[in-house]
Design a protein around this ligand. Structure first.
Ligand code: EPZ
Length: 425
C-alpha cells in the first residue's frame, strides 16, 4: 500500500492547472454507450476510477483508448449489457451504466453496489426512476436485472435531489418515446456537463442546473467530441490547502462559478480570494477566523465533498466553528485522525464542533475514503513535523498524483511505494 510522507509547515505558493472533473467524466463515459461510433473526450483526468470505468466499457465489448487526458470510446461493437460483479465492486459509480445500457440494449444487469465508508449509498431512486420509464426490475442474490421492451417518457419526481439518480434517468430517457420531465432534480455542474454532452450527441435535454430537467426522446444519437469541465472539488481542495498553510496560490483551468459557496465560506474565514474567468487567486497569509455554521447540502449549497477539507482549515481557526453534514451519514471518519494530530473536535451525530487550535502536529494517519484522505493530506501540509498518510489508494481515486500537485506548490511531500517482497523461493 502506497503512503504519502509529508514534512509540514511550508506555506504553499505558485500556480497549478486543475484537471478534469471525475464526477463529470464518469457519467459522460457511461453515456458514450448511447452513440454508435467513436466518442472522443478531452480533459479526462488520469484517476483510478476512470481506469475502472474504461475497464468495464472494454468488458462490455467497447473499443477504448487513452492518450494522456484524451479518451476514445467506440461502443458500436459493444456486445454485453451485463456488468461483471468484480468490476461493480471496484467502483460503485458503475451504477451509472444502468441508464445507458437499458436504453441501448433494452436490458441491463448489475450488482447492488453496496455501501462504502461514507454511507449506505442506496440506489432506490435510480431503480424507481427506471421503473417509471417502463423497466421491469428483478433483484436476486445481489444481482439487479432490468428489462424494457420500450422506454416511454413520463413525469418523475425525486424525493431527494440525488446526483446519480438524476444522471441515470437522463441517460435512460434520451432515447425513450416521448418526453420525460424530472422534478426535484440535482443541480450540480456535472449534471449540466452531462446535458451538454448528451445534446452534443443529438439529444434534446433542457433544464440542467435547475430543479426541473426535460428530456425529449430522440430516435438516435451520434458520436461526438467533448471536453470535460474542470474538477471543482480538486480546485476547492487546493484553495483550502493554500489557506491552511497560510500560502498564496493561483489556480488555472477552473470555473469559479462552480465554487461560490466555498469562496463565500473562505471569505467569512478572512481569506482573501480573487476570481476572474478561469483563474482563482487565494491569499491565506493570516490565521483564519472561525465560521460559526456550515451546513452541507446539494448544489449550490456547500458541497459535502469539501466538508472534510474545510474542517482542517477551521481546526486551525481563531474561535469555534460548527459543521453539519446532511448528505452522507458516515462522513466524519477523518475527525479521529485530526484529533490525533492535535485538533479539538467533538462530534454529536451529524454535527461537528471545531475549537480552533494554534497548530497541528505530524502523525501517522490512515485515509478511510477519498475526501477524508485529501483532508489528512491538507492537515499534514499545515502541521508541524512529519505526517505519513496511509492507504492513499483512496485518494488516487479522485486526485491525479496529489503529491505532485502539492510539490509543484512548494510542499515537501513524496509517495512511498513499498518494495514488492520477493516471492519465497
Ligand atoms: C455523487 O454521488 C458524487 N459521486 C459524490 O462524490 C457526491 O458526494 C454526491 O454525488 C453528492 O454530491 C459521483 O458523482 C461519482 P447522491 P451519488 O445520489 O450520486 C442518498 C466524491 O467524493 N440516495 O446525490 O452517489 C445517498 O445514500 C463522491 O467524489 C438514496 O437514498 O450521490 C446519499 O445519502 C463521494 N437513494 C444521498 O442520497 C438513491 O437512490 C446523496 O446521494 C440515491 C441516493
Amino acid at each position: 500500500m502506497d503512503k504519502l510522507v509529508i514534512e509540514g509547515g511550508k506555506p504553499l505558493s505558485g500556480t497549478i492547472r486543475i484537471h478534469g472533473a471525475k464526477n463529470a467524466a464518469l457519467p459522460i463515459m457511461a453515456a458514450s454507450l448511447l452513440a454508435d461510433g467513436a466518442v472522443r473526450l478531452r480533459n479526462v483526468p488520469r484517476l483510478l476510477d476512470i481506469e475502472v470505468m474504461l475497464g468495464i466499457l472494454s468488458r462490455l465489448g467497447c473499443h477504448v483508448a487513452r492518450n494522456g487526458e484524451e479518451v476514445i470510446i467506440n461502443s458500436s461493437i459493444a456486445n454485453s449489457a451485463h456488468v461483471p460483479e468484480d468490476l461493480m465492486r471496484q467502483m460503485r459509480s458503475s451504477i451509472f451504466l444502468m441508464g445507458p445500457l437499458l436504453a441501448k440494449f433494452g436490458e441491463v444487469s448489475v450488482y447492488q453496489p453496496g455501501g462504502c465508508a461514507i454511507g449506505e449509498r442506496k440506489i432506490d431512486m435510480h431503480l424507481s426512476g427506471l421503473e417509471a420509464l417502463g423497466a421491469v426490475i428483478e433483484e436476486s442474490g445481489g444481482q439487479i436485472r432490468c428489462a424494457a421492451a420500450k422506454l416511454t417518457g413520463t413525469e418523475i419526481h425525486l424525493d431527494f435531489p440525488s446526483v446519480g439518480a438524476t444522471e441515470n434517468i437522463m441517460m435512460a430517457a434520451v432515447l425513450a418515446e416521448g418526453t420525460t420531465v424530472l422534478t426535484n432534480a440535482a443541480r450540480e455542474p456535472e449534471i449540466q456537463d452531462l446535458q451538454n454532452f448528451l445534446n452534443q450527441m443529438g439529444a434534446s435535454v433542457t433544464g440542467a442546473g435547475t430543479d426541473t430537467i426535460t428530456i425529449q426522446g430522440v430516435k438516435k444519437l451520434y458520436p461526438c467530441e467533448y471536453e470535460i469541465i474542470p474538477d471543482r472539488i480538486v480546485a476547492g481542495t487546493a484553495l483550502i490547502a493554500a489557506a491552511a498553510t497560510r500560502g498564496s496560490i493561483t489556480l488555472s483551468n477552473t470555473n469559479s462559478a462552480h465554487l461560490v459557496s466555498l469562496v463565500h465560506v473562505l471569505r467569512r474565514a478572512g481569506i482573501q480570494i480573487r476570481a476572474h474567468d478561469d483563474i482563482i487567486i487565494v491569499n491565506g497569509l493570516t490565521r483564519p477566523k472561525a465560521v460559526d455554521r456550515i451546513v452541507t447540502s446539494p448544489y449550490p449549497a456547500f458541497p459535502t465533498d469539501l466538508q472534510s477539507q474545510v474542517m482542517v482549515l477551521l481546526s486551525l481557526a481563531d474561535g469555534t466553528s460548527i459543521i453539519k453534514e446532511t448528505v452522507f451519514e458516515g462522513r466524519f471518519k477523518h475527525v479521529d485522525e485530526l484529533v490525533r494530530m492535535g485538533a479539538d473536535i467533538t462530534v454529536d451525530l451529524h454535527t461537528a464542533i471545531i475549537r480552533g487550535v494554534p497548530r497541528l502536529y505530524g502523525a501517522v494517519v490512515e485515509a478511510t475514503d477519498l475526501r477524508a484522505g485529501a483532508a489528512l493530506v491538507i492537515a499534514g501540509l499545515a502541521a508541524h513535523g512529519k505526517t505519513t498518510v496511509e492507504h492513499i489508494h483512496h485518494i488516487d481515486r479522485g486526485y491525479d498524483r496529489i503529491e505532485e500537485m502539492f510539490r509543484s506548490l512548494g510542499a515537501s511531500v513524496y509517495r512511498e511505494t513499498p518494495l514488492k517482497q520477493p516471492d519465497p523461493a
